[in-house]
Design a protein around this ligand. Structure first.
Ligand code: AHN
Ligand code: ZN
Length: 323
């Protein structure tokens, strides 16, 4: 027991005997993570909804696409648009547009953030069959993820990250089979824009450390469970993001619970582009999906800014801590 004081004295002596006055421990640079503005994200969500349903080939879709590209430019991103005609499962040619906003495009260390901006052409999950061929407003399903990312773009302009960031708004995610169609489709009918980008990225040989997809991130009473493909294909990123949620004080929204396997834009990014990418997607009891999912009730009335904040602040916590 007498060895301890001796060791301590020795350590003190050694420290004092060091002629340099510099501390031996490097001071840790404190990372200042900006505060996510949920009202701003809510507003960007409402602005998209105000265009009406953003179904490919419609006027509202074209105008909203122009507006999104313009907003990214206003927030200082280098904007690239991929205009491409994609074939829907039923043969409909879709005039699609993936919109990419890049920050520090010359930097090699990059993170990809994405969401889909198109909306479902049919409310085929609505309790009332009379709406099964009516397009939805997609406040949660589409606009919420893009709204959060526009607020992050605004933050990136005000306070740049060390690493490069690419924000991608994917088109034609939600043109999957109508619930009444029972004919099997070859390949995945959903996620057409992300499938295209994963085969033909906006820059040759594009690579990112990892990706985060936001889908349905504004629904009232949402919880974010660990989506199955994300856990299977990019578990280390799920761990990183869930840790960031808890570190930033939003752990209550991100339980350490399993979600189901969901075919979403992160799947082609993992499998075709070979970038580990996770899906942050609202989870609900029973079906797993929000009660407003693919219904006429997917409106601003069912968007909760507190949920947008939990997701937005978590993503900021992740990206400002990457070096
Ligand atoms: C399927 O229903 C196969 N995937 C859900 C992907 C989705 C649709 N996300 C939003 N809308
Ligand atoms: Zn959808």
């Amino acid at each position: 027991m007498r060895i301890l004081p001796i060791l301590l004295t020795l350590a003190l002596f050694t420290a004092c005997g060091n002629k340099q006055s510099k501390p031996t421990v490097q001071p840790q640079a404190t990372v200042v993570v900006p505060a996510f503005n949920a009202d701003s994200a809510y507003h960007y969500t409402a602005q998209q909804v105000a265009f009406g349903p953003r179904v490919p080939n419609s006027e509202a879709h074209r105008l909203c696409g122009d507006w999104l590209a313009q907003e990214l430019e206003r927030f200082g991103a280098k904007v690239t648009s991929q205009h491409v005609t994609l074939r829907a499962y039923d043969g409909t040619p879709l005039k699609a547009r993936n919109i990419i906003g890049s920050y520090k495009p010359e930097v090699k260390k990059r993170v990809l953030l994405c969401a889909h901006w198109d909306t479902r052409p049919w409310a085929d999950a609505d309790p009332d069959p009379k709406y099964h061929r009516t397009p939805i407003l997609g406040a949660n399903d589409g606009a919420s993820g893009v709204g959060v990312l526009l607020e992050i773009a605004r933050q990136l302009q005000a306070q740049p990250t060390d690493i490069g960031i690419d924000i991608i708004f994917f088109d034609a995610e939600d043109y999957g089979e109508h619930a009444a169609d029972d004919e099997p489709t070859a390949g995945i009918a959903w996620c057409l824009g992300s499938q295209y980008w994963s085969r033909v990225p906006h820059t040759d040989g594009y690579m990112a450390r990892f990706g985060i997809l936001l889908d349905m991130v504004g629904g009232k009473d949402a919880r974010f469970h660990r989506e199955g493909f994300s856990d299977r294909l990019a578990k280390h990123i799920v761990d990183k993001v869930w840790a960031a949620a808890h570190a930033s004080g939003h752990g209550q929204w991100f339980p350490y619970a399993e979600g189901g396997l969901i075919t979403d834009d992160h799947l082609p990014i993992n499998e075709l582009a070979r970038i580990p990418c996770i899906d942050i997607i609202g989870h609900y009891p029973d079906t797993g999906f929000a009660p407003t999912w693919h219904t006429m009730d997917d409106t601003m009335d069912n968007i909760d800014p507190t949920v947008l904040r939990a997701v937005g602040q978590t993503v900021l916590q992740v990206i400002y801590n990457e070096r």
